[in-house]
Design a protein around this ligand. Structure first.
Ligand SMILES: Cc1cc2nc3c(=O)[nH]c(=O)nc-3n(C[C@H](O)[C@H](O)[C@H](O)COP(=O)(O)OP(=O)(O)OC[C@H]3O[C@@H](n4cnc5c(N)ncnc54)[C@H](O)[C@@H]3O)c2cc1C
Length: 494
């Protein structure tokens, strides 16, 4: 079958994109210029919301089986614990951070894509493209120098921070490179007794140290090691340097050994203004990069893919009018990317304050704030990305029932017993409403984009219409089926 979408890049974002599009019945080609997938652990965490979205395609179990569940994160300032944020009380089927090296995440995504009959075309590079109003003409080059010209309706750049697709669009990657050096070490660590299976961050006078458990005894160590004085890249750290940072900033008694990966890096904070130009889209690191604080980069990119794929599927299948739906991808995900940039930047700035007066104030305020359960809850839902919503999206209609929960734009809560798996080849909206004779009319009229059965409402007085990705599109009063009908007619362009 002729491909409808060319996905450029088979990192975690391109793989998620290709998997979702395939699940919705769209023929794709996915290419990557590299000969093999990464063998580096890079992004370590799959957060709750990413796992929930994977569940919709029945994908998360293999990841959960392979990963390591972490249920809390702590911040220490010297010997004092200033924060203990629990994840195990969150209302989600996945109340934890799932630690899984990115190399494994990519391996499992690729296996699922293969199981759906799609193979990554490796050592195939997008070298240039021409975007017309009705199609894209892409030039692909194989390792042996052979060139192919491919014409497709849609092109998605999931080709990472140095994106050829972004360059081809002439889009600016607005932002800067922070002038501090960081080290990263995947190692075995002995001697961590307190909260050894939790994420532990230490705010020290000389800088930050964070320890992420990867599997029993194995950890990711991250630390900032001062201002970058030259434009030159810092050499990768030695094991002795890692040990010295642990001795200086850690709880004491830690012994590091068996390094698997030692690297230094600098933090870039950049984003494009638009995630879309006509028939070309950007997703993942191609569109936004930021501090690793909070571990949001890969998850945000994968959620770009979940957001775009159902919209493109409905448009491709001719079930909706394309403009508002496709433009909402840019509006919704650009806002999320901007917020992640701000939050990760703030977390990094707080952890790396240099003045002792500011450090004391920070420790005092943080200790007070994290004493409040509302602050801990906010932190937990932000980290896990459960708090992401689209209240200002053109797809969200707030109406008169803003008080009903979940509100328009918010995530539909999922109880562990009601995990959703979208059925069939096309994405569908879902109605949460009490049984009502009028519901059959609306469901019948919009049967191509609406699930055939009602789900139980969150209260008896309202009807919720949820998008295929599990966010509330609108809430109306019981019986106001005309409002539901109007929403779906608008989306479908009738
Ligand atoms: C040291 C480190 C630690 C990190 N820690 C975390 C973390 O804890 N949590 C987190 O969420 N994120 C983390 N990240 C970020 C995370 O790794 C990225 O956000 C993630 O890899 C982005 O995925 P992607 O698919 O958008 O891009 P990439 O993974 O960069 O994949 C892009 C792919 O596109 C291919 N490609 C590029 N150009 C072309 C072309 N012209 N033609 C064909 N193929 C092309 C590349 O070969 C590559 O395979 C970390 C990153 C690093 C480096």
């Amino acid at each position: 079958m002729e491909p409808a979408v060319l996905v450029v890049g088979a990192g975690p974002v391109g793989l998620t994109m290709a998997l979702e599009l395939t699940r919705f019945g769209i023929p794709v080609r996915i290419i990557d210029k590299a000969a093999a997938r990464t063998d580096k652990s890079k992004a370590l965490v799959l957060w709750s919301r990413t796992l929930e979205l994977m569940d919709r395609g029945g994908h998360s179990q293999a990841f959960v089986d392979a990963g390591f569940k972490v249920t809390a994160a702590n911040i220490y300032a010297g010997a004092r614990q200033v924060a203990h944020v629990r994840l195990d009380e969150l209302q989600t089927p996945h109340p934890y951070a799932l630690m899984l090296p990115q190399s494994d995440t990519e391996r499992l995504l690729e296996a699922q894509l293969n199981a759906r009959g799609v193979k990554i075309e490796r050592q195939v590079e997008l070298t240039r493209f021409v975007a017309d109003t009705d199609q894209i003409t892409a030039t692909l080059q194989s390792a042996d120098g052979r060139e192919e010209t491919l014409t497709v309706p849609w092109l998605i750049g999931c080709d990472g921070a140095h994106s050829a697709v972004r360059h081809g669009l002439g889009m600016e990657f607005v932002g800067n490179t922070m002038l501090s050096d960081w080290i990263l070490a995947d190692v075995h660590l002995h001697g961590l007794t307190d909260n050894a299976n939790e994420v532990n961050t230490f705010w020290h006078a000389d800088g930050a140290l964070a320890l992420f458990p990867i599997s029993p005894g194995r950890y990711r160590v991250i630390a900032d090691v001062g201002d970058a004085l030259t434009g030159q890249r810092r050499p990768d750290p030695t094991l002795e340097e890692v040990q010295a940072v642990l001795d200086q900033r850690g709880p004491g008694g830690l012994v590091v050994s068996s390094p698997i990966w030692l690297a230094s890096f600098r933090i870039n904070e950049r984003k494009v203004a638009d995630y879309r130009a006509g028939r070309v889209f950007l997703a993942g690191d191609a569109a936004h990069i930021h501090s690793p604080a909070g571990g949001q980069g890969m998850n945000t990119g994968m959620q770009d893919a979940f957001n775009l794929s159902w919209k493109l599927a409905l448009v491709h299948h001719g079930l909706v009018s394309d403009e508002p739906l496709l433009e909402s991808y840019n509006i919704e995900r650009s806002a999320v990317g901007q917020q992640v940039l701000i939050d990760a930047g703030r977390l990094t700035a707080l952890a790396t304050l240099r003045s002792s007066a500011w450090q004391q104030l920070r420790n005092h305020v943080a200790s007070f704030a994290f004493g409040m359960s509302a602050v801990r809850q906010t932190m937990a839902t932000k980290l896990t990305e459960l708090s992401i919503g689209y209240p200002h999206s053109p797809l969200t209609i707030v109406g008169k029932h803003g008080h009903a929960k979940p509100a328009a734009g918010e995530r539909v809560p999922i109880s562990s017993s009601s995990t959703l798996t979208t059925q069939g080849a096309t994405p569908r909206f879902v109605l949460y409403a009490a049984r009502d004779p009028q519901s059959a009319d609306v469901i019948g009229r919009h049967s191509k984009v609406l699930e055939p059965a009602l789900r139980p409402p969150f209260d008896e007085d309202h009807i919720w219409l949820a998008r295929p990705d599990g966010y509330v599109a609108t809430v109306v009063a019981k019986g106001e089926w005309d409002q539901v009908d109007r929403y779906l007619s608008l989306i479908c362009g009738q």
